[in-house]
Design a protein around this ligand. Structure first.
Ligand code: 5GP
Ligand code: ZN
Length: 113
């Protein structure tokens, strides 16, 4: 499968990893939109949020505990951060392997552009 994030999971493309376990990987975004911009992904290929199934509930819950841990490890837990998942083209999704953007280190505007 020609998926850039699956290639990162398989080690075919390098990434600056900040957390890894059996099911989840977290790494720095190649084009950061904030002083901290981490992507948290399931190792299993799921193309968008709409492809999530009942059996993925635990995996998605686990991803949020990983985000909690990464925020503490990198030290942006105190000031706060934003978690974003873009779903399909109109929301700006460009990589079709579900991912959670974790952005921190600057004030964030609302609503997003
Ligand atoms: P999306 O636009 O799909 O919500 O987010 C995709 C993100 O993946 C973008 O922020 C983009 O910079 C990042 N990205 C794309 N290709 C690579 C890559 O090869 N390595 C890393 N680390 N990030 C990537
Ligand atoms: Zn993939």
């Amino acid at each position: 499968m020609n998926c850039i994030f699956c290639k990162i999971v398989n080690g075919e493309i390098p990434a600056k990893k900040v957390y890894e376990d059996e099911k989840v990987l977290a790494f720095h975004d190649i084009n950061p939109q904030a002083p901290f911009h981490i992507l948290v992904i399931p190792k299993k290929h799921i193309s968008t949020l709409l492809e999530l199934e009942e059996r993925d509930k635990e995996l998605i819950g686990h991803i949020y505990t990983v985000i909690n841990r990464v925020a503490r490890d990198l030290g942006f837990d105190e000031k706060g951060f934003r978690v974003v998942t873009n779903c399909k083209e109109e929301a700006g999704q460009t990589v079709f392997h579900i991912h959670f953007h974790v952005l921190a280190g600057r004030p964030m505007d609302w609503p997003p552009g």
